[in-house]
Design a protein around this ligand. Sequence first.
Ligand code: PLP
Length: 420
Amino acid sequence: MSPVWHPFTQHGLNEPIPEVVRTEGAALHTADGRRVIDAISSWWVITHGHSHPRLQAAIRSASERFDQIIFAGWTHEPAESLARGLVDMTPEPLQHVFYSDSGSTAVEVALKMALGFWANTDRPRHRIVVMQHSYHGDTIGTMSVGERGVFNQAYAPLLFDVATVPFPAAGMEQASLDALDAFCRQEPKPAAFIVEPLILGAGGMLIYSAETLRAYAGICARHGVLFIADEVMTGWGRTGTLLACEQAGVSPDILCLSKGLTGGALPLAATLATAPIFEAHRSTDRSKMFFHSSSYTANPIACAVAAENLAIWRDEPMLDRVTALGSAQQAGLDCIAGHPALSNPRRLGTIAAVDFDGARGGYLSGRGPWLKAFFAERDLLVRPLGDTVYVMPPYCIDPADLDRVWQAIGEAADTIDAQD
Ligand code: PLP
């Protein structure tokens, strides 16, 4: 047996674990000679495509000059130019960039910045308001602000208490907004509200309106509660705009980025904050500095490839590309819409999803494992969230490959229909 212990994998089931030997565009090439279409961008990280030539060249060039450099009190050009680029590309109030290594750490940092802001301005606050069905990562802190359930029940006693607003499903928007407003009025006041803008990813690709997002931000601003946007999944064009917040005209106090930050080529995350949040930590008092780091903070090679990703966003018609992919995704959804085994076809930008069996099963009890195997047999990497099947491919996916994915979803629905 291999000594490797895989994430979100039940080794006791002895399910096949294919070995990838090469990646290219929207495909993974396996040791047994298969070309597998990566319909989920390898957990939502790959934006431009696997092994993108510009990103690979940036890695080669940076690795000739750098390896890891301590970042506490030291700096390097890739981190500086990336930070300037991020400040330029994001809403104007976001002026400061803190680096870390993953989406989870981007969120941990955001939570610690929010609490640090209140502590350092002598108004300590600790409560975080979250949205039902959210997912923000797998560390103890990020699990605390995410949906409770099978993923984290073993650690439940260690998770901190949060205030939860209901998901703003159609017709429930006002109840959700009222809940946030009520939490913001309670004493002691919350430190922050954290939200996945416009679409909840791991919670089931649940979409809500830009008006609601704008109204959440307005409530936070009125009550002086910090607004944290977790754009770890939604950033870098996934929802049709560079950031999902743009569609609501919202500028968060703290913004979390990762996944597509490097185009998916290397791990990196950035947490951006406004001047007041940075200034609350800037002082001659050393006890007020931001106490967070990881050994690999701001890895120069990762920063260089992220800077190249930003250059691609500046140089190439990225928004046209995501709009075209969105239309192709809609065509795929339209082909399967109305199938009796499927419900709730939905799309936001390049992300499309549909529910099997009315999404009645849970993450572990539904059709997910059967569907995953069904797609794997057809050389497709599709990883359902319970009964929800979603397609979130790299932006370079070939139309014929995308057609194959949607055709397979239709075939899965036919097979289930015939079984029932
Ligand atoms: N936040 C959101 C919205 C995510 O979707 C994810 C991962 O899927 C994370 C945070 C955690 O990111 P990572 O897996 O890089 O720690």
